[in-house]
Write a new protein. Structure first.
Length: 202
């Protein structure tokens, strides 16, 4: 959302706070510092000053968005390019907070895909190489903003939008895991999200 579309004269106080929050989230993802975001909100409200609720919504949305981006850059396994479970939980916590603010259950938009690789490894090297191949296969199918994580060397998770976690995506995943990673019959299921991030088990 462009800062120039933020016009408090055409929106209710609640709608303007939400619009400012959405703008801050987008701006944080593009690397815009918080002081610049606040300045643009102030310009949109001029000659009045932004309300406390607007500044709080803006700052909170910016901070949570930055947190998600920071975790994405620091909590990924360099070998497999897959997220750790702690990173997945942190991202879920941010999504739950956003969902609570918007009043929309997260389970309506997101789902958790669980992949169990029924595979026997010869040694640790074989396990590591297979994990690299599995990560590559999953990244080939899930190319948007999904979070691909490794729970163990045999269990992998994908946090994805429900609309993209369809039968076609699961079928393609099974084919690639077989052809690329040598996993003949992976067991996959779409699982309802836990009520909180702490309920996500390995």
């Amino acid at each position: 959302m462009s800062a120039f579309t933020l016009d408090p004269r055409n929106l209710s106080p609640e709608d303007f706070a939400q619009a400012a929050s959405d703008y801050a989230t987008d701006a944080a993802g593009q690397g815009v510092p918080l002081d610049q975001v606040i300045t643009r909100i102030e310009h949109a409200c001029a000659p009045e000053l932004p309300s406390y609720d607007v500044l709080k919504a803006t700052s909170t949305a910016w901070a949570e968005s930055v947190s998600v981006w920071a975790l994405a850059s620091t909590c990924t396994d360099a070998l497999t390019d897959m997220a750790s479970m702690s990173h997945l939980r942190e991202c879920l916590e941010g999504l739950y907070r956003k969902s609570a603010r918007e009043g929309t259950p997260l389970s309506e938009s997101k789902t958790l895909i669980v992949i169990d690789a029924q595979h026997s490894y010869m040694n640790d090297l074989d396990s590591a190489l297979t994990a690299i191949d599995i990560g590559g296969a999953l990244r080939t199918v899930f190319v948007r903003d999904e979070i691909v994580a490794a729970a163990t060397n045999r269990r992998f998770l994908v946090l994805a939008d429900k609309e993209h976690a369809n039968d076609d995506a699961l079928s393609m995943t099974a084919v690639l895991l077989h052809r690329v990673a040598g996993v003949p019959a992976p067991f996959m299921r779409s699982q309802t999200l836990p009520t909180s991030a702490s309920g996500l088990t390995d």
